[in-house]
Design a protein around this ligand. Sequence first.
Ligand code: CO8
Length: 261
Amino acid sequence: MTGRDPVNNLKIERDGAVVTVRLHRPHVRNALSGDLLAELLDALRPLDADPEVGCFVVTGSEKVFAAGADIKEMAGRTAAQMAAEDYFGAWEGFTALRTPKIAAVNGYALGGGCELAMMCDLVIAGESAVFGQPEIKLGVIPGIGGTQRLTRLVGRAKAMDLILTGRTMDAREAGSCGLVSRVVPDDRVLPEALEAAATIASYGRAAVTAARECVDRALETGLRDGILFERRLFHALFATEDQKEGMSAFLEKRPPRFTGR
Ligand code: CO8
């Protein structure tokens, strides 16, 4: 990616085990530039390695989650430059973060914005949120996993409809077709996401990681392999203190105290 923009494109806040990342490029509707991605990874990688951090919440503004990849940044590039830079390849660094990620979406989540939401583990959207993959209108196609993740999440029929026509869908449709985990009133998006994040962060880290990896495996492999993968991770969790603590606490009728060990 290009030289770093001196302006901060993100606002990061930590409250205990939960880290909130707010995309902040209001002049371009939070368009996802190379600088923004580099900043995001620089900020989140050390937090991902911190055992005290249990969940990330990614959000935008009241009106825009993100209006996609930065069109100005891409517009003049040649195919050779795009390939040489492996443009968008670095987004794999975001999906590789092992800490659970919740997208808290108000307003537009278009193109790369919709793809960013789909890279998160949960998507909590406000009633006025708008989702779409409008790249066809720019003479291109989704480039940060949209054709693959959207199809897996909502099925071929709706993915073709959205990607070929470039139409948008509202939060209700996105919720009913499986793109969005919860649709809530607009002013409840961040509180609800923070509550879910605190809940996830309160559980044993090994179980949370195993659960995420197993659910994602369901989209990537056949049923027999997925079930075997799940069973092996389930067995492995019996090596953790958190499993002993969680089950003892249940039997002793007291709240568990997970330590991440
Ligand atoms: N990139 C760069 N600038 C943007 C973007 C963007 N994605 N979106 C908005 N802006 C800029 C506008 O150019 C405008 O700038 P200026 O003030 O200098 O004119 C400013 O933000 C405000 O934009 P609007 O006036 O349009 O704001 P509105 O609030 O009226 O509308 C919308 C908000 C609906 C979000 C509208 O801006 C919009 O439709 N944006 C573009 C959405 C879009 O097409 N997204 C897809 C982008 S492409 C992509 O994500 C993946 C490409 C895959 C390429 C594959 C390569 C490998």
